[in-house]
Design a binder for this molecule. Sequence first.
Ligand code: ADP
Length: 266
Amino acid sequence: GETLHCRLQWVPLEEGEALLLVEDRTEAMRLERMRRDFVANVSHELRTPLTIVRGYVETALDAPTPLPPPLAGYLEQVHAQAVRMQRLVEDLLTLAQLEGTQPPPAKWVDVGELLETAAAQARGVAPEGLTVEVDFPPQPGAILGVRTELESALGNLALNAVRYTPAPGRVVIGARAAENGEGELFVRDTGIGIAPEHLPRLTERFYRVDRARSRDRGGTGLGLAIVNHVAQRHEARLFIDSAPGKGSEFRLRFPSGRWREGEAVK
Ligand code: ADP
């Protein structure tokens, strides 16, 4: 009862002849699904033990009698690493879900609310001297899509902007109409920027320009892979403009059928 997945390719030859190539992709798709499920299962199994480790460490750190100095330092390290692993596990689960499931039904999602949610998230982690602004169009409108996925995409872009922008600096999260009824969400920063040779690979899982820097800033290496999947599920395109030492702008461009200006209908 399994579906057969085939890839068809039409190859024109000379004298009016042609070849029809039929490639059986069933086994390849089955292996891909196994890989996805395995990652999702492992991530899920790691959730509970991580929560427990973190819980005990927090209890120990909050103990009424303060711990002797070297011990407190060690425990703080354990805590930081547990938090980091939790972030990784959550991102892996998000990615597995985006790769392996059909999107839930699309609804009109208020653009103004999306911008404010991402800005609040970014402000929560922005250091002193890094301002996070929202750039509202006159009529923010709405996007036809999945709210949680759009929030996660814009949130990841906003967190990256904060992560890779030293203070003093500026992050702007906004929306604008584009040509032919299309529209885009954007996140702009005055940060370290990205050299052109890295751009094509940026949305690959675990691809980072500077591994140590990403890790120090709490990155998982999965943010842009998540953004890219959300974009695909919304028929949106991801554009990146960046200049090393000046800053970056990430844009998610939505087709006219998914973008509406004016008052949002909830
Ligand atoms: P990470 O968790 O490492 O930030 P991402 O997938 O979100 O992983 O991003 C991949 C890499 O792209 C980052 O490690 C960083 O090198 C680069 N990057 C992403 N956003 C920005 C930005 N706003 N400015 C500069 N570099 C960025």
